[in-house]
Design a protein around this ligand. Structure first.
Ligand code: MN
Length: 158
């Protein structure tokens, strides 16, 4: 390989490394043991992309597990929301607010709609029972995997 090609490849790799955190950033290495201790962080981003949606992110195993929720999450018991699993994000992204520029994936305004702590109360195959202590999300919610990347997200029980 010629020196010029090598340089171009190195530049392109560097470009990737420098790319701003988008919706599909590199999946970070998971760290720490499986499972979440109580008091782990969550955030919900309100993301005014081409289609307005809410991004639920749970800090888990060293990454931000993420779901895109096309309708505003409900505080009413049993009001189900579709939640589509997204690639893991870096936990640093949980603090992000700002504008993703035109031409980039997910272009539009990102605001923190809610944030706080959660406890993972139960975890089964395709099921997470989560207790939120946020400003908007409070109490127990279920995340149920229905098919592929599709989950249901709703408030449950007491
Ligand atoms: Mn999004």
């Amino acid at each position: 390989m010629g020196a010029r090609a090598k340089t171009a490849r190195a530049r392109s790799r560097q470009g990737e490394a420098d790319a701003p955190e988008g919706l599909c950033g590199p999946v970070p290495e998971a760290s720490g043991p499986l499972g979440s201790r109580p008091g782990t962080r969550f955030v919900v981003h309100r993301h005014a992309a081409s289609h307005l949606h809410w991004d639920l992110r749970l800090e888990m195993e060293g990454v931000a597990r993420s779901w895109a929720v096309p309708k505003e999450p409900s505080g009413e018991r049993g009001v189900r929301r579709l939640a589509i699993m997204q690639p893991d994000h870096a936990v640093e992204y949980m603090e992000f607010e700002g504008i993703i520029p035109e031409g980039e994936y997910g272009a539009g305004k990102v605001e923190i709609w809610d944030k706080g702590r959660y406890a993972l109360e139960d975890r089964g195959k395709g099921k997470l029972l989560v207790s939120f202590e946020g400003r908007r999300l409070r109490g127990r919610y279920l995340l149920l995997n229905t098919a592929g990347k599709q989950w249901l997200f709703f408030k449950t029980g007491e």
